[in-house]
Design a protein around this ligand. Sequence first.
Ligand code: PRX
Length: 631
Amino acid sequence: MTNNGAKQELYHPTDEVKQNAFVKDDQAVREASYADPVKFWEDRANELLDWYEPWDKAMDNSNAPFYKWFVGAKTNIIHNAIDRHLDTQRKNKLAFIWIAEDGHAVSMSYFRLNREVSKFANVLKSMGVKKGDTVTIYMGRTLEQVIAMLATTKIGAIHSVVYGGFSTEALAERIEDARSRVLVTQDGSFHRGKVVNLKEIANEAVRRSGHVEHVVTLRRTGHEVEMVEGRDFWWHELMNLPVANGSCETEVMDAEDPLFILYTSGTTGKPKGVLHTHGGYQVQVATTLQYVFDLNEQDRWWCAADPGWITGHSYIVYGPLILGATSVIYEGAPDYPYPDRWWRIVEEYGVTVLYTAPTAIRGLMRFGEAWVKRHDTSSLRLLGTVGEPINPEAWRWYHEVVGGGRCPIMDTWWQTETGGFMITPMPTTPLKPGSGTKPFAGVIADVVDEEGNPVKPGEEGYLVLQHPWPGMLRTVWGDPERYRQQYWSTFEKQGWYTAGDSARKDDDGYFWIIGRIDDVIKVSGYRLGTAEIESALVAHKAVAEAAVIGVPDEVKGNVIHAFVILTQGIAQPEEAELKQFVRDEIGPIAVPAHIEFVEALPKTRSGKIMRRVLRATAMGEDPGDMSTLAD
Ligand code: PRX
């Protein structure tokens, strides 16, 4: 790629990138699709996927905002992700190359994957799991986590994956909300050579939540764990039972049947179970991955996220499998045992496309470019980022040092709720560092003011999605009113979806995401609700009231700063004790970087905490207009 030296950096794709691109003229494809998004998605549904039975209607808006896609069609995403490959040469192709933190690797062909998934599907069935039931999966970054997800889907059940970095209370709440009778977990996971005791957390969460009747535990670390007689079973023992044979029919589903729940943070303390369905989601993930990352039979795709987040669901598990790709999954930390770990993996496994988060790039950048230069990373042809705005400095480092100046960077904006990429370059798009460029084909987005008028170029406004898309969430699990309220009430008259992000567009119509405008903080790309952290803090006996905010951090994007009012008559605890308390309740990702003990919190007369004032205080800035402050 070349920088044309214009005032605002613009990076044009090289001829080689253009020649290889699946979409040769992305601007033309985008524009053609904007006129009729439904037709665009319908064409992709025909082109990229098989269906047991076709749909009667591509989109049904009769009960907005409860939109439906591919109504009447029969499908199962597993058919497209696994079953159909077994009749082709892909049967012998690697679906996954899994690399353990200690360096040993396991390769799994599509044929073998189908056998393992079928076996575990039979195990789940033998435990009474049926179509429509939920299965909670709380594991580390193992192949078995992926197998557990796929097996659940194969039999028509609904998976709810809880990220292995969450702790007891967070897990218990999610099990409870999903009403799962079966939990799949592992003894522990490895992190920088140390064991994270997942089973202990799982056992405590099961005790707190009720509901769970059976726990399947994968042996990964081999340390001693408590197994409850009659409730707990080892993965390897179940997989050796005669009932766990390698053939299992894939359940025929309606396009609109639930596929998975994935909990994410919002404005209240209770996490939202974002619900996705079989039909539309598969179209969204397959199309976006094909158009944006150009996957072909020779590629070795590495999405370095955790399968436990939406990025992993869409672009480690379902998207790549539907396209018949070979994916790399790495279990451990990027800088373990040395800061060249990732670059060693790129070299050893010939990774061609790498997709990660800005925080990981910034973290690795700190170690210096010598760690990258030690390895042959010339196999890379495309790069990607997701999760938060990427600062131009990190963009340039990624582009120059990692990508050798030849790999375009796909800065993909999307959310747990959107299922797949929404604003994103394609390989032929001229790039500006820090911008996700333009809405994907079939996606109608804009930046508007409070009344819904488009703002002028350069001005900040609300990022809205103005037309339904197939991978959209269908509801909040068990709480349709919250779905309507959270996403569709701000621009109810217009029928638009509000993302919760602020953004601006420039003179070329490029989108620039500024950040969240609700009470959500992005820490190292993880999405955390202020209310969740606050309620964990006030659960401590010494804390009467708490307010948390995000403050900018060079590597993590944001870190958490907590303001705490102490309970009268109780001695002030050590800061470390409160931090440990939050870690035990929610997990290490939610631990505040700073805790400040205060006498009062700034509130409006209606009692709402003025986070703007707190932010200014934390950063030593002028808080601005204080006229609405109660006291
Ligand atoms: O604020 C935006 C930010 O991440 C939020 C969605 O978080 P989550 O549901 O956890 O999904 C992350 C992975 C898809 C968005 O509302 N975000 C995501 N991608 C970008 C981004 N901000 C700027 N640029 C991005 N590329």
